[in-house]
Design a binder for this molecule. Structure first.
Ligand code: BDR
Ligand code: CA
Length: 315
């Protein structure tokens, strides 16, 4: 069993990653911290709480509202055409009695790392602001966790918010740079693999045909939320009835890294030059100057197996 903490900007693909984690027999979700991004940090917390409700996971999962703006105090509005006004494709999930913990998200991350005594794996599916704030409070955090899996970035492919940058990394580029240089045992799951992995309407239909009764509500939600996300992919990418698989792929690789193959990189993130903000800068020279630890960047993935595994937890 792997103990994970999810840091998310709970949008449509984050929500599928969260439901997968809550359903997987190999993962125990120790908590969810939220960040601005696909919607606000508070809305993301409410979405997460409602997802816990429909997951019927059978255990309590604390949720903490995190950063509402970047490290530099910049607040960016959520892109409603991608994830809807409420972040989850305007689907209204049933409310529950759970409330977010009244606690600082960075402190929560640090506390969980200590409590799990080297066993915690942090999976981020949004901006890296909460993690960067935790690092500012305790720079030894990388040595206290078992791993960090980051959905974000683009190493050998183009970006999605600029020609050179991906949304999560660019969304708070200075925070990303801090995290990249901190020495975490880190696995990067970027557009290099997430844009080569697809969920189709047929996948969801098939899962609904064969799902367990306690998963029907989750899959019904996924069907509705994905209809919104498919439309965004149709308009922006010319894809019909299918979408890229960003955040769920990071969760699948956190659970089983053997689904992917990796390139070890020494990297930092550009944050000063506006046109290149969020670009991952590699140091591959013979005499390199970036001496911080290497990051395992996922470059290939068994996409077919990943998708079958994703839906298997509901069936
Ligand atoms: C990332 O950006 C967000 O819109 C998605 O949830 C994902 O985390 C992909 O670039
Ligand atoms: Ca996300």
């Amino acid at each position: 069993m792997k103990h994970i903490l999810i840091d998310a900007d709970t949008g449509i693909d984050d929500s599928i990653a969260i439901l997968y984690a809550l359903k997987s027999p190999y993962l125990h979700v120790e908590g969810i911290t939220t960040c601005f991004g696909n919607s606000g940090a508070e809305q993301s917390a409410e979405n997460s709480i409602r997802l816990i409700g429909i997951s019927h996971c059978g255990y309590d999962v604390p949720v903490v509202v995190g950063a509402k703006e970047t490290l530099d105090g910049e607040s960016k509005s959520a892109p409603a055409h991608i994830h809807g006004d409420n972040g989850i494709g305007n689907v209204v999930l049933p409310a529950t009695a759970q409330k977010p913990l009244d606690m600082d998200a960075a402190d929560f991350i640090l506390e969980k790392a200590r409590e799990l005594n080297g066993e915690l794996i942090i999976v981020t599916t949004g901006r890296l602001t909460n993690l960067a704030r935790a690092l500012q409070k305790d720079p030894t955090l990388p040595r206290q966790v078992k791993g960090l899996v980051v959905m974000g970035g683009c190493v050998a492919v183009h970006g999605n918010v600029s020609p050179v940058a991906e949304a999560n990394i660019a969304g708070d580029a200075r925070a990303s740079d801090l995290v990249f240089r901190a020495g975490f045992p880190m696995l990067l799951v970027g557009l290099d693999v997430t844009t080569k992995t697809f969920i189709t309407a047929k996948d969801v239909e098939n899962a609904l045909r064969f799902c367990r009764e306690d998963s029907r509500e989750s899959l019904e939600y996924i069907r509705q939320a994905l209809a919104f996300y498919f439309e965004f992919h149709r308009v922006s990418e010319g894809m019909v009835d299918c979408c890229f698989v960003h955040d769920p792929l990071a969760m699948l690789l956190a659970e089983d890294p053997t689904l992917g193959t990796y390139r070890m990189i020494r990297a930092r993130v550009e944050y000063e030059c506006p046109d290149y903000a969020g670009k991952i800068v590699l140091d591959e020279r013979f005499q390199r100057t970036m001496e911080h630890g290497e990051i395992a960047a996922c470059m290939e993935v068994d996409a077919d197996l990943a998708i079958r595994r994703l839906f298997s937890v509901f069936c």
